[in-house]
Ligand binder design. Structure first.
Ligand code: GAR
Length: 197
């Protein structure tokens, strides 16, 4: 059984999927804390499952590095084996990444390396892509550049809006993150090896 800290910024539907998975007897991970950079709406899911939450807002620190140091201390104090960024919309300071690598993973709503950044779904539509998807990857010091762990793809429907497409991607993401965490916990995915690649 591995211990997860999940970091969110918004609605936390992927967090919810992980929380629901932890109710299954065969799921090999538990969530020990949920953190965010603001009083995120998704905290309601953590509270519903009795999981402690914490807010670590960059604005409360004089530098990004100080913020990253405090965030690192917090996830270590929670006892995380693996930190999952599930809609955490901040670029993580290098010290935070170095302190956790390779046990720090991120979900992204595109087929990386295509469409990195904060507007992946919008960017895919603007580029006229006919296919997109979701990626789970090991976090490195770049923006959405770390080694890919798993991806799923879907066809973009003609005339689809950003919100409609993002919602369809999120359905895939929820299954993807649950399966990926399970496979990491079962040592079917070797994060060390991936991080070396
Ligand atoms: C997800 O689609 C996730 O991939 C994306 O934010 C959404 C969070 O949804 N993350 C990024 O765009 C990171 N660059 P949720 O709060 O409902 O889980």
């Amino acid at each position: 059984m591995i211990s997860l800290v999940v970091l969110i910024s918004g609605s936390g539907s992927n967090l919810r999927a992980l929380l629901e998975a932890t109710n299954r007897d065969d799921f090999p991970a538990k969530i020990v804390a949920v953190g965010a950079d603001n009083d995120a709406r998704g905290f309601e899911h953590a509270r519903a499952f009795g999981i402690p939450t914490f807010v670590m807002a960059p604005g409360d620190f004089s530098t990004r590095d100080e913020w990253g140091g405090a965030l690192l201390e917090q996830v270590r104090a929670a006892g995380a084996d693996l930190v999952v960024c599930a809609g955490f919309m901040r670029i993580l300071p290098a010290g935070f990444v170095q302190g956790l690598t390779p046990n720090l993973i991120n979900m992204h709503p595109a087929l990386l390396p295509l469409f990195p950044g904060a507007h992946a779904v919008r960017d895919a539509l603007a580029a006229g892509a006919t296919e997109t998807g979701a990626t789970v990857h090991v976090v490195d010091e770049g923006v959405d550049t770390g080694p890919v762990i798993r991806q799923v793809s879907l066809a973009i429907d003609p005339g689809e809006t950003e919100a409609q497409l993002h919602e369809r991607i999120k359905v895939l993401e929820r299954a993807l993150i649950v399966d990926t965490v399970s496979d990491i916990a079962h040592n079917l995915i070797d994060l060390k090896e991936l991080a070396r690649s």
